[in-house]
Design a protein. Structure first.
Length: 467
């Protein structure tokens, strides 16, 4: 079996849904498939907006609910045959009625709890799955909508629930074994053992696909989106970026962490544990080979796999001669940052211990400075710490690749390229795995830095050579 997951961009309208169903039909001719769907494009955001509006008594949510129904009704009008159309529209209208009643309750109490928000957010997938399974049926491809809440069981942490793997795997296997026709499964949503709706958090539909694949021992997972695969760099800044044919799981996780549009790291965990390959494919270009993410990767001649970056970050530099040789200073710094809710993205410390460089999101930098000022007030007043320096409008760039491990000259090539391009580096970090070298530059240097590094490792005419 293959598990095919389609995101919102692949389900934007009737034309896209036709393409999706053609892909599903072709795949089904070769082997059994299970399908996982997100909500139609933009629907989940509209649902969350409706919840926020209802909670403050803003009647605009009625218009947005109507917009959701219209989007689905227009797709239906252009898809199934006449015999199925009225039944399907009635089914979608019933779901919208349930949604409206729920939002009216939120409006009355002027509050939308996390539990209620999960139920509201679930309607997008519940509607898209009914629509697609009905159209598949109309094409002569038997399909059944499967509500993931009957088989993916979680704790009651609403918004990003933790899955009970053993129980969920058993229930998924049992449910799909008795499903006749292609199972069209609601992504993103799950339920507690008591049947209370939960959601799986960011990229939750990818996670659903990974869970389903692991439960049934699938041969592969295909994530269908609107790009040909994982690119060697951001094409907005590096025009010669090309599709990377293969990635290891570790490389994909690193690239995802640094903002590449791959797949969120935690959604890969079930696939990694069962060693199930993940393919990134393009719904608009189904003949493109895509990118294969797996444990067994044969890398090409290049020493790196890709370049990624994180924008809108700030550097907080804690400096002071009094920190040298004093145990516990770094511990206090990081404990304080955790207490004030600052997520540390990158760390760099010289062996002299004279400074600790911390990189965080720009919006959290002021909180970091204020928290450290309170915690280390004694050290500041006694000049053990000289100052806290804040530099904003920065960019982290990461060079990633498993082949870098043990390969001499990577750092030299990297920093020579940046030096030749006149790029000033503010901080550097490299883990002992040698799979990632990260460095910090000013935001205005981002494009030049990315282009210089890409040219140094891939040349200038690689586009298409590795697709």
């Amino acid at each position: 079996m293959r598990v095919l997951k389609f995101g919102g961009s692949s389900l934007a309208d009737a034309a896209r849904i036709k393409d999706v169903c053609s892909i599903i039909g072709s795949a089904r001719e070769r082997e059994p498939v299970a399908v996982v769907l997100s909500a139609m494009k933009g629907v989940t955001n509209l649902l969350l907006q409706c919840a926020g509006e209802a909670a403050v008594g803003d009647a605009a949510y009625h218009d947005h609910v109507a917009e959701i129904l219209t989007q689905h009704r227009e797709a239906v009008e252009r898809l199934p045959g006449a015999a199925e159309r009225s039944v399907l529209i009635a089914m979608l209208e019933q779901l919208v009625h349930e949604l409206t009643e729920l939002l009216r309750g939120v409006e009355l109490v002027k509050e939308c709890s996390a539990r209620t928000l999960d139920v509201i957010a679930s309607f997008g997938e519940r509607m898209s799955c009914r629509l697609v399974s009905a159209y598949l049926d109309s094409r002569g491809t038997p399909a059944v909508t499967v509500d993931a809440r009957t088989m993916i069981i979680t704790d009651n942490y609403h918004g990003s629930a933790a899955v009970d793997f053993a129980l969920s795997y058993r229930l998924i296997a049992e449910e799909l074994a008795q499903t006749r026709g292609i199972p069209v499964i609601t992504g993103f949503i799950a339920a507690t053992a008591e049947g209370v709706t939960t959601t799986l958090g960011r990229n939750g539909s990818d996670y659903t696909a990974s869970l389903v694949a692991a439960a049934v021992g699938a041969d592969a997972i295909e994530i269908w989106t609107d790009v040909d695969g994982v690119l060697s760099a951001d094409p907005r800044h590096v025009p010669e970026a090309f599709v990377v044919g293969q990635l290891s799981f570790k490389e994909a996780m690193e690239l995802s962490y640094f903002g590449a549009e791959v797949i969120h790291p935690y959604t890969m965990i079930p696939a990694v544990e069962k060693n199930i390959p993940i393919w990134i494919r393009n719904t608009l270009n189904p003949n493109a080979p895509g990118t294969r993410i797996s444990e067994d990767v044969v890398h090409d001649k290049h020493p790196i796999t890709g370049i990624a970056s994180i924008d809108n970050v700030s550097l907080v530099n804690v400096e002071g001669g009094g920190m040298v040789g004093v145990p516990g200073i770094a511990g206090r710094v990081f404990s304080t940052l955790a207490q004030v809710g600052v997520n540390v993205i990158m760390i760099s410390q010289a062996s002299s211990e004279h400074s600790i460089c911390i990189v965080c999101r720009q919006g959290q930098a002021r909180s970091a400075i204020e928290g450290l000022g309170r915690e280390l007030a004694h050290e500041l007043s006694h000049k053990l710490i000289e100052r806290f320096e804040l530099i904003e409008d920065l960019e982290i760039i990461a060079v990633i690749g498993e082949k870098m491990r043990g390969s001499p000259g990577i750092s030299g090539k990297l920093f020579s390229a940046l030096g030749d391009a006149g790029i000033n580096i503010l901080a550097i970090a490299q883990g002992s795995s040698e799979m990632n070298i990260s460095f910090l530059v000013h935001r205005q240097d981002r494009a030049r830095a990315l282009q210089a590094v890409h040219r140094a490792f891939f040349g200038t005419a690689e586009s298409g050579a590795h697709a």
